[in-house]
Write a protein that binds this ligand. Structure first.
Ligand SMILES: *[C@@H]1O[C@H](CO)[C@@H](O)[C@H](O)[C@H]1NC(C)=O
Ligand SMILES: *[C@@H]1O[C@H](CO)[C@@H](O)[C@H](O)[C@H]1NC(C)=O
Ligand SMILES: *[C@@H]1O[C@H](CO)[C@@H](O)[C@H](O)[C@H]1NC(C)=O
Ligand SMILES: *[C@@H]1O[C@H](CO)[C@@H](O)[C@H](O)[C@H]1NC(C)=O
Ligand SMILES: *[C@@H]1O[C@H](CO)[C@@H](O)[C@H](O)[C@H]1NC(C)=O
Ligand SMILES: *[C@@H]1O[C@H](CO)[C@@H](O)[C@H](O)[C@H]1NC(C)=O
Ligand SMILES: *[C@@H]1O[C@H](CO)[C@@H](O)[C@H](O)[C@H]1NC(C)=O
Length: 770
């Protein structure tokens, strides 16, 4: 009974002090504690955290009065964590924090900060069809629960209909919390959980007013990502006619649990950790995190630390790479225990046509929502060159204006100008073809490549009275080449752990159609909000749930696979060629061949991932051995693993990862010519039904000799492990971060169909922090 009462100590403890100890400003701190140091009398870590904190508050109180104040500890202790980290979040002054650092069991702490949210047809593009492959084998992900830490959910969305979905798995411990405009009756067999976390936000910003204190999504991001991964079938979905068809998520029968920690009013990591903590406790199988922290080492990244705990419990975590590309070294969430997802384009384009008065018609990209009569009748069309001069633009009047992109004036700026100038239609000519994040304009617009742009320019120049009509709502399927790496997708290497290649994989992220809250504006037309049940968004935020959905299907098909095994299966079977059967290109690098720093192992191929042949598996110890070899202090390692007894007897940089990277310091050489000599050790497990022989095959790497020992792996039976060494020697020229040398190791099954592919990269690294 006593133990039971202490369970709630965290929330109900009364402290005896005056809270006015704050002559300096308070802030939230996420504090890591060593549970092994907890004295016996404490039945739960919660009661211990409370006692530790109240003794610190007493010691630092200037008045040391014993006047009773019933609310101060609860208001100081913001979150107690059970699973994600050993510790809590408290709102403290610097002197209180200093006192806490001397408390028994204190390990480390970080100041609470904000995370960056990396803001239908896609399933067909991934070749997920109902008749064969991963979808039927996994029973559409029916037994798998995906947790989303995001902006909440719009439960009325048709994508959460639970027709044809079996009863909720009995192991589920989550719930649908009541709150503003939200209660348990809104959940069903599809949307099985909804919780919200904002105590950290309110503690850090006491002035904040929470406008929707519940899991209800007033932003749209969470509704979009969750339905991308696991939306049910919805017939006749479209965004104002664009992308018309049946919408569904990657894993259409997987269960959805939403953990709202990203608010319209802001967000803090301490709430994100509380959300992950609860998701672990509730029993999710997969966590999708379309967010991340920039520029912190692993041991100061609470999200990386919380996902370590999730991984330990067999939960697969997918995170977005970030939208800071195409600069190198911008990828965030680079923890070796998660799947980091880059964004690619699809073979679908949304567009509009310009029909010139000479009868010639040209197709461009557009997502303009109205198709009104105004734009259908012929209008004068003028070529303005660069649309940088707003005054000049304002004099044009109600015409179709043609603008051209340049290095001097970015497309974004020109689009903004045309919007401000209130022109009838804007036509933008540009060589950058991944403008999917630009084309949802609030005025009629069409984006053209240089080739089609020239047709228009020629016509205007030759005609005495140039006129044209425009038309929207075109959807073009089967565009080539696809996929390509989206320009904005963040690039590796990962600064937080450059020894592991990140991103891991690429998934569709560009112009993704998914559900949207009915009462949140999907877009606007001349500042007038426009509502829709579906919306088209672009970003690595959209790529992450695609990968989470695929992981859910794999988990459904292979319940025994570890998170590392699922990741390995996805990575080693990813495609490196596009739908023209040539190597995938990078829209952020002049359409050159994409390197693994842009797309990881390649574009996810779910139907191949179901049967990868070999697996590179990783256990908890392997990750600890890596942290040891990174020369982290005992304290830093404990902060991540939550264990005081980390055995650093066998430090090893050879994490059994299905990719290879060597980084060289790009800032300390004149000539840039470097000698490379490195040996990697790996262990692969044969998960095929019987014995099999694999032969190593390497693609050439400029200036380098790559050898594998042994060259053949002869497995006698299922689940047998065999090890090999990969040696890389030679010279590379690395003067800039963009100097990347890469190739692939393939284990090709002799007399069988399996091909187990791993990228090998030598890249320049320039540290931006440290
Ligand atoms: C739950 O919310 C729905 C929709 O807002 C409402 O119709 C219903 O009465 C509520 N149920 C309870 C028990 O409050
Ligand atoms: C909170 O609001 C008050 C009154 O508007 C203002 O004086 C104060 O600076 C605000 N505090 C913070 C932390 O924003
Ligand atoms: C939000 O709702 C929770 C749970 O109902 C409640 O404890 C909390 O005080 C509310 N917060 C605000 C800011 O209204
Ligand atoms: C597009 O690229 C071509 C060839 O590199 C160049 O001549 C042209 O000026 C570019 N056009 C634009 C709009 O950037
Ligand atoms: C760790 O420290 C050892 C010994 O000082 C050194 O040889 C090694 O290069 C360091 N490892 C890393 C990853 O910095
Ligand atoms: C890289 O080289 C620069 C210049 O020599 C040096 O200042 C820096 O410390 C080096 N970085 C690493 C990680 O070795
Ligand atoms: C193969 O290695 C895994 C760890 O990666 C281990 O769990 C398993 O027991 C090993 N299998 C055999 C047959 O030794």
């Amino acid at each position: 009974m006593a133990a039971h009462m202490r369970m709630f100590f965290c929330l109900s403890l009364m402290v005896i002090l005056l809270a006015r100890s704050t002559l300096t400003e308070t802030d939230n701190y996420i504090v890591h504690m060593d549970l092994a140091a907890m004295p016996k009398p404490f039945a739960t870590h919660h009661s211990w955290y409370s006692a530790t904190l109240s003794s610190v508050l007493l010691d630092t109180s200037p008045l040391r009065t014993t006047t009773s104040s019933s609310s101060s500890l609860p208001s100081k202790l913001i979150h107690c964590y059970k699973h994600a980290i050993n510790g809590f979040t408290a709102n403290l002054t610097p002197s209180q924090l200093d006192a806490l650092k001397n408390s028994p069991g204190y390990v480390s702490s970080v100041r609470d900060s904000s995370v960056r949210a990396d803001t239908t047809h896609s399933s067909n593009f991934l070749a997920l069809t109902p008749n064969s492959g991963l979808l039927p084998i996994s029973n559409y992900g029916s037994d798998v629960i995906i947790g989303f830490v995001d902006t909440g959910v719009w439960p009325e969305s048709e994508s959460f209909n639970d027709e044809a979905i079996s009863k909720i798995p009995s192991r589920w411990k989550g719930e649908c919390e009541s709150g503003t405009h939200f209660n348990a009756s809104l959940c069903n067999k599809k949307l099985i959980g909804g919780r919200f976390f904002n105590k950290g936000l309110i503690a850090k910003f006491p002035n904040v007013t929470i406008s929707m204190n519940s899991t209800r999504d007033t932003n749209g991001h969470g509704t979009h990502t969750s339905t991308t991964a696991a939306g049910s079938y919805v017939k006749e979905a479209s965004f104002f006619g664009y992308g018309q068809g049946t919408a569904r998520g990657v894993a259409p029968r997987a269960r959805v649990a939403i953990y709202k920690a990203i608010w319209k009013e802001g967000n803090v990591v301490s709430d994100v950790i509380a959300a992950i903590d609860q998701a672990i406790s509730d029993g999710v199988d997969v966590i999708s995190l379309s967010l991340g922290l920039d520029g912190v080492p692993l041991y100061e990244d609470p999200v990386a630390i919380a996902t370590f705990a999730a991984m330990e419990r067999g939960i697969f975590v997918a995170t977005s790479a970030g939208n800071k590309g195409p600069q190198f070294g911008t990828v965030h969430s680079g923890a070796p225990w998660v799947l980091n997802v880059a964004a690619g384009t699809m073979d679908r384009d949304f567009g509009g046509t310009i029909t010139l008065n000479n009868g010639v018609s040209v197709l461009g990209s557009s997502l303009f929502v109205l198709n009104s009569a105004i734009v259908l009748s012929p209008l004068p069309i003028v070529f303005m060159g660069q649309c940088h001069n707003l005054k000049k633009l304002k004099r044009v009047g109600f015409k179709i204006v043609v603008c051209e992109d340049s290095d001097e004036y970015s497309l974004d700026l020109q689009v903004d100008n045309v919007q401000s100038a209130k022109i009838a239609v804007g036509v933008f000519i540009s060589n950058i073809s991944d403008w999917d994040n630009l084309i949802q304009t609030s005025f009629p617009s069409i984006f053209l490549n240089a080739y089609h742009g020239n047709v228009i320019k020629d016509y205007i120049m030759r005609s005495s009275n140039p006129k044209a009509r425009v038309n929207f709502h075109k959807t073009i399927i089967g565009t080539k080449p696809a996929p390509s790496v989206a320009r904005y997708s963040s690039r590796g290497p990962s600064e937080s752990c450059p020894l592991v290649l990140k991103p891991d994989i690429m998934a569709p992220g560009d112009a993704i159609l998914a559900s949207w809250p009915q009462k949140v504006a999907a877009t606007d037309v001349y500042s007038r909000p426009i509502y829709s049940k579906f919306n088209v968004l672009s970003g690595t935020s959209m790529a992450c749930p695609h990968a989470a959905g695929v992981a859910a299907l794999l988990k459904g098909a292979h319940p025994g696979w570890s998170p590392a095994a699922i990741r390995s299966a996805m990575m080693t079977t990813a495609d490196v060629v596009d739908n023209t059967q040539t190597l995938i290109k990078d829209l952020g690098n002049k359409n050159k061949v994409a390197t693994p720093l842009a797309m990881g192992s390649g574009h996810v191929n779910p139907n191949k991932a179901i049967d990868p042949g070999l697996i590179y598996d990783i256990g908890i110890e392997d990750y600890t051995n890596l942290l040891c070899a990174l020369n982290y202090t005992k304290n830093q390692i404990q902060t991540i693993t939550r264990s005081p007894s980390n055995d650093c007897e066998k430090p090893s940089l050879d994490l059994n990862y299905p990719s290879f990277i060597i980084t060289v310091n790009a800032s300390d050489s004149e000539s840039g010519r470097r000698e490379i000599s490195r040996e990697f050790k790996r262990r692969v497990t044969n998960i095929g039904e019987k014995g099999a022989t694999y032969r190593a095959k390497m693609t050439p790497m400029k200036g380098l000799v790559v050898t594998v020992e042994p060259k053949m792996l002869k497995f006698k039976r299922k689940n047998q492990n065999l090890s090999f060494k990969l040696k890389i020697r030679g010279h590379v020229s690395v003067k800039r971060e963009s100097d990347v040398v890469f190739g692939y190791l393939n284990w090709v099954e002799v007399g069988g169909g399996h091909r187990v592919q791993s990228p090998i990269v030598v890249a320049g690294l320039r540290s931006h922090w440290n």
